[in-house]
Design a protein around this ligand. Structure first.
Ligand SMILES: *Cc1c(COP(=O)(O)O)cnc(C)c1O
Length: 328
């Protein structure tokens, strides 16, 4: 694993945050792995995957990065920011209901524009075949003498997932240093699941470092059957890349609290996000982390001692100001 090419971007180790009011609100002992603090503009969980992916891209001599996601994709934004840092071009294929009236440059999209990404809006139907879309764009770039590197949605393949195997090792070291008091192991690691790479890496890393008995990934878009297939495939890819990895820790996907739609939180979820912010100072986003922590609170039975991975998403919250007006 240590021989894989990697570029150190993330500010690590990220803190382990514990707040008595959060424990009370959730009804469990909750340690928050603050991966919302992995960076400045590139912050969130994607930067850990991109350390491996861009290490590989650089080794391959890439000059332009291609990736895809929703219009407010945190992954696309992190890729664009890091591309600018490396002096590479970035091309983003972003899903939106009507590309002829594209969304305003807010939140992640504003940051994409700031760092000079090339943005192509595509319909949900075109997006379904995003790998083919990117492959054909890459072919055109090759014909123009460029060296494209295609990163799948969410940076979620075996290589990207290794970033979360390493993150779990980071937590192991923090526990061994006594940074979470007498905690040596968690009942569960809980996090939001959007493209499966974090779940795969966390499950492999939790087993490798004996960090937790199980991993609970809270789905925010697809259902649990779909995600189970995706995560299993990414775990297989990671094993192919790093054969010394152990089998993953027991993991499951829960899809009961996805809310009204991807990117849309229910009123109850939004109220919960505001309550957590006001009692703890912890800012959650309405697309991923707010739904995942809300789901943990609803879970029954609930694991007693939890590592909750705060995967970031602040720009997505800032893009939804008007949706929160009723809760403030
Ligand atoms: C992408 C993302 C996730 C989901 O991670 P995956 O590895 O794509 O499943 C969770 N939270 C935030 C804030 C994200 O941007």
């Amino acid at each position: 694993m240590n021989r894989l090419p990697r570029i150190r971007f993330a500010h690590t180790p990220t803190p382990l945050f514990h707040h008595p009011e959060l424990d009370r609100l959730i009804g469990a002992e909750v340690w928050v792995k603050r991966d919302d603090m992995t960076s400045g503009a590139a912050a969130g969980n994607k930067i850990r995957k991109l350390e491996l992916l861009l290490g590989h891209a650089r080794q391959q001599g890439a000059t332009v990065l291609l990736t895809c996601g929703g219009a407010q994709s945190n992954h696309a934004r992190a890729t664009a920011v890091l591309a600018a840092e490396l002096g590479l071009r970035s091309v983003l294929f972003l899903r939106t209901s009507d590309p002829t009236s594209p969304p305003a440059d807010r939140g992640n999209l504003l940051l994409d524009r700031m760092v000079g990404a090339t943005v192509h809006f595509v319909t949900p139907q075109q997006y379904r075949d995003n790998l083919a879309l990117m492959a054909s764009a890459a072919q055109t770039l090759v014909e123009q003498g460029q060296h494209p590197y295609v990163i799948p949605e969410g940076g979620s393949n075996g290589r990207g997932a290794i970033g979360y195997v390493l993150a779990m090792q980071e937590v192991r070291e923090q526990l061994d240093l006594g940074l979470a008091g007498d905690v040596r192991e968690f009942d569960a690691v809980v996090h939001a699941c959007g493209s499966g790479g974090t779940a795969a890496g966390v499950a492999l890393g939790a087993a490798r470092c004996q960090l937790a008995r199980e991993v609970i990934a809270m789905a925010v878009c697809q259902d649990s059957a779909t995600f189970s297939g995706i995560v299993a495939r990414i775990v297989d890819e990671a094993h192919e890349l790093v054969p010394t990895l152990p089998p993953p820790a027991p993991w499951r996907i829960i899809d009961d609290w996805r809310g009204p739609a991807y990117g849309v939180a229910s009123e109850e979820q939004r109220r919960f996000i505001v309550t957590v912010a006001r009692h703890t100072g912890l800012l959650l986003d309405p697309v991923y982390t707010g739904k995942a922590l809300f789901a943990l609170r609803q879970l029954s039975p609930r694991p007693r001692r939890v590592l909750f991975v705060h995967t970031g998403g602040l720009p997505g919250l800032l893009a939804q100001a008007s949706d929160f007006a009723g809760e403030l």
